[in-house]
Each structure stands twice: as structure tokens, then as C-alpha cells.
Design a protein around this ligand. Structure first.
Ligand code: AKG
Length: 410
């Protein structure tokens, strides 16, 4: 994003837990701040040194320690890349219970540290629910070994992309899909029209013909992951048929992937949204949770807010787009500043967006975390009592405040 600029002069890349512990002990003794860093794919400046702290990069710790194909328990170093872990267990018919666009670079330690949400939260729940144990180096250098073990899953995946004539159809559609697919539904992703058009403009394969696109206001990408391929395929095919032949159809049209390549291509469009938008300018990113029914209205209100300040147009903000995970009420808003970040645009957006979120009793950080971007705004979605207890917890583990100072807490 080019938005956060680290000030570290030193990056350390330990290869073992013992080396991490030695580094932390050494820093604790001298009260040197440490910024733990995984794949550096975060969007809120959480893994960037704000004031010359040492960066402790886990990339050189990338061994799988063990995998038990019967229980499905995987024990891996913090620096293992999410996608590599997926590749490692795939021959045993397993998948990781987490998927996100950054999977080719992000690391499992960072995923767990931030409790990353991603595309399959709907099916597998919060990542922390899949973590059986951790080996942790505490801020005084002590190694806390709490590794233990997990469960089994074999999956068959399919996906379908649907074009909708209006946003208001999303909620009844989500209800119908949940009813018809039940437990095999693993993702239900929303993409607004501008986001879809941007992805196609930057090279993603178009899913619908020009004719089908007429009147399409938004899109939904649905994925199933069940245990029986024939059964799952039948269910998703029947779902599509019933949606297309309904008396009052909720969708204009839909495309069911017919091959692994097409399955991947539908996901590539969805996962490629951040990169496509980045090609158009500097993105202001808001990762919020609000009631699903308000997704479109909130994106529109951001655009109106910029227009009211004369900041909408090629001279300032060229696009305001929304997409997200319907199942979790998680909306990603990207505001594209064509000529770069400016204080005027930031002041128009903040605290405006945080106030809107607060009025809807939502969260200012659905899955990206607080990092260094949002500590000042934490009070919009956490009570002062919660913040006080968060501070007490932090003090308990890290009394010297050397672990990632300046992040999360105001
Ligand atoms: C997603 O696409 O699901 C993300 O978490 C990225 C959101 C963004 O780039 O604003």
C-alpha cells in the first residue's frame, strides 16, 4: 500500500524457538522493542516498526514438524506459508481450515496471531477454534510449550458465481442458500458491481457475457465443501436450477464451475480484488462488520460523503467499492485515491466511517486487526471497560511493553 514505513535498522531471522527465546531475552534485558513479523501481508500496519524496534521475522522458521494423516493434526513452525501447508497436506486429502487471498505469502504464525478470518470462516469458524496448542515465546524470553493435537476432514469443493439485479436480494438469497446447502456451504462472498468491473478491467476472466451483465448490480460467489463429491455436486446444481427457475428469481444468472481451472478462476477474481484496485491508485481500506442489510448503503454513504466535500472524481477519489464475507457480516470498503493519500481525503473518511459503524453497533475491525492504523479508533467498537482489561492483559504478559509497542492499544 505504501502507507506504512518501517523505521527498523535491524531485522533478525531466527531458525529455532531457542534462538527466538535468546533474542527476546536479550531485548528484554535492554528494553528494546520487538516487532514480530510474518509474511508482512497485513493491511493495518501491525508488522511495521514504528520507532526503530527490532524486527523479528519468522520466515526462516518454516518446517512442518509433524502431520498425522489419521487425526489430521498438523504441527508447524510459525513461518510456514499458508499455501505451502495446504500443498503439504493435500496429498492426504486435507485442506487448511483457512483461506485468504494472501495465502501465497502470509504465514501461519501471523494468521494465528491475528486470528485471520478469510474466505472459509463461514464453514470452519474462527481460526482459533482449529488451533489445538501453541509453543510461545513470552516477552521475557520464557518458552511456554502448550502444543497438543486436532481433528479430521475430507472435502469436495464446488463453486458458483451469481449475478443479482439488486443488492436487496442478498439477504433472501443467503437464507435460501443456507437452507438448501446446509452444512456443505463453506463461503458466501459479496462483490459489488464496481469491484467486479475493476477485476475484469485488470485481466481477470469475465464470468458473464455483456448481455448477462446488463442490469447486474452485484455478485455472489458461493462455495461448497462437503465430504461426498456426487452429493455436493447434485446439491449445488439443484440450487442453481431452482434459483434460475423460481417464479420471482433472486438472481439474473449464474455460472457453476465445470472444472478445477474454472473453480480456481472464479476464486481468482474474488481474491484478486485488492490487487486489481491497487492498480488504480492508493487504497484506503476499511474492514468493518455491520448488519448485512446495510452493506450497500454504507458504501454509498462513504461515496456521498466524499462527494459532499468535493473529493470525488479523478482529481481525488476515483472509486469507492465494497465486497466481503456475507456469512460474517464483514464488509471490505476500498476508497481509491487516484493521486495518492491526502489529509483531506483521510479527514473526510475518518471518523465518518467509524461513527457509521458505531451507530450500527458494528466493529471497526472485522478481521484485519487494529495494528498501528486503528488504536485511536478502538473506542468506537470497544467499551472503555474492555479497553482497560485489554491493557491489563497486555501488562500481565509484557510488563516492559517491548512486544510490538504502539500497536492495538491506544
Ligand atoms: C479480502 O479480500 O477478503 C481481504 O481481506 C482484503 C480486503 C482489502 O484489501 O481491503
Amino acid at each position: 500500500m505504501g502507507k506504512y514505513h518501517g523505521k527498523a535498522t535491524t531485522v533478525l531471522r531466527p531458525r529455532t524457538t531457542k534462538e527466538v527465546s535468546d533474542i527476546v531475552k536479550w531485548c528484554a534485558k535492554r528494553r528494546i522493542g520487538i516487532v514480530p513479523q510474518g509474511g508482512n501481508t497485513g493491511l493495518v500496519g501491525g508488522s511495521v516498526s514504528l520507532d526503530k524496534e527490532v524486527v523479528l521475522n519468522l520466515g526462516a522458521m518454516s518446517n512442518v514438524r509433524s502431520f498425522d494423516p489419521v487425526s489430521g493434526i498438523l504441527v508447524a513452525d510459525a513461518g510456514c506459508i499458508l499455501e505451502s501447508l495446504g500443498d503439504y497436506i493435500a496429498p492426504h486429502n486435507y485442506i487448511m481450515p483457512l483461506d485468504l487471498g494472501a495465502k501465497g505469502s502470509c504465514q501461519i504464525g501471523g494468521n494465528i496471531a491475528t486470528n485471520a478470518g478469510g474466505l472459509r470462516l463461514l464453514r470452519y469458524g474462527s481460526l482459533h477454534g482449529s488451533v489445538l496448542g501453541l509453543e510461545v515465546v513470552l516477552p521475557d524470553g520464557t518458552i511456554l510449550d502448550q502444543l497438543s493435537t486436532l481433528r479430521k476432514d475430507n472435502t469436495a469443493t464446488h463453486n458458483v458465481m451469481l449475478a443479482l439485479p439488486r443488492f436487496d436480494n442478498i439477504l433472501p438469497l443467503f437464507q435460501a442458500v443456507k437452507r438448501d446447502l446446509g452444512e456443505i456451504l463453506s463461503a458466501f462472498e459479496y462483490i459489488d458491481r464496481t469491484a467486479y468491473d475493476t477485476a475484469v478491467a485488470h485481466g481477470h476472466a469475465r464470468v458473464f457475457t455483456d448481455e448477462e451483465m446488463q442490469g447486474a448490480q452485484c455478485f455472489v460467489l458461493i462455495e461448497t465443501s462437503g465430504g461426498n463429491n456426487d452429493h455436493d455436486e447434485q446439491k449445488i446444481t439443484e440450487l442453481l436450477e431452482s434459483l434460475l427457475t423460481a417464479d420471482k428469481p433472486l438472481v439474473l444468472t449464474g455460472v457453476l464451475s465445470q472444472s478445477p481451472a474454472q473453480f480456481a478462476s472464479l476464486w481468482a477474481l474474488r481474491e484478486g480484488l485488492p490487487e486489481a484496485l491497487q492498480k488504480e491508485g492508493k487504497p484506503y481500506k476499511y474492514d468493518i462488520s455491520i448488519p448485512i442489510a446495510d452493506f450497500e448503503r454504507v458504501v454509498d454513504s462513504c461515496r456521498d460523503q466524499l462527494k459532499s466535500r468535493g473529493l470525488y472524481g479523478d482529481h481525488a477519489v476515483s472509486k469507492v467499492v465494497g465486497w466481503g464475507h456475507i456469512g460474517d457480516g464483514n464488509l471490505h470498503i476500498n476508497v481509491i485515491a487516484k493521486q495518492g493519500y491526502t489529509p483531506e481525503i483521510e479527514q473526510a473518511l475518518e471518523p465518518f466511517i467509524y461513527e457509521v459503524v458505531s451507530s450500527l453497533k458494528g466493529s471497526i475491525s472485522a478481521e484485519h486487526g487494529i495494528g498501528s492504523m486503528k488504536p485511536h479508533a478502538l473506542h468506537y467498537s470497544k467499551s472503555s471497560a474492555s479497553i482497560e482489561w485489554m491493557k491489563k492483559l497486555k501488562e500481565t504478559f509484557d510488563p516492559l511493553n517491548i512486544m510490538n509497542p504502539g500497536k492495538v492499544l491506544p
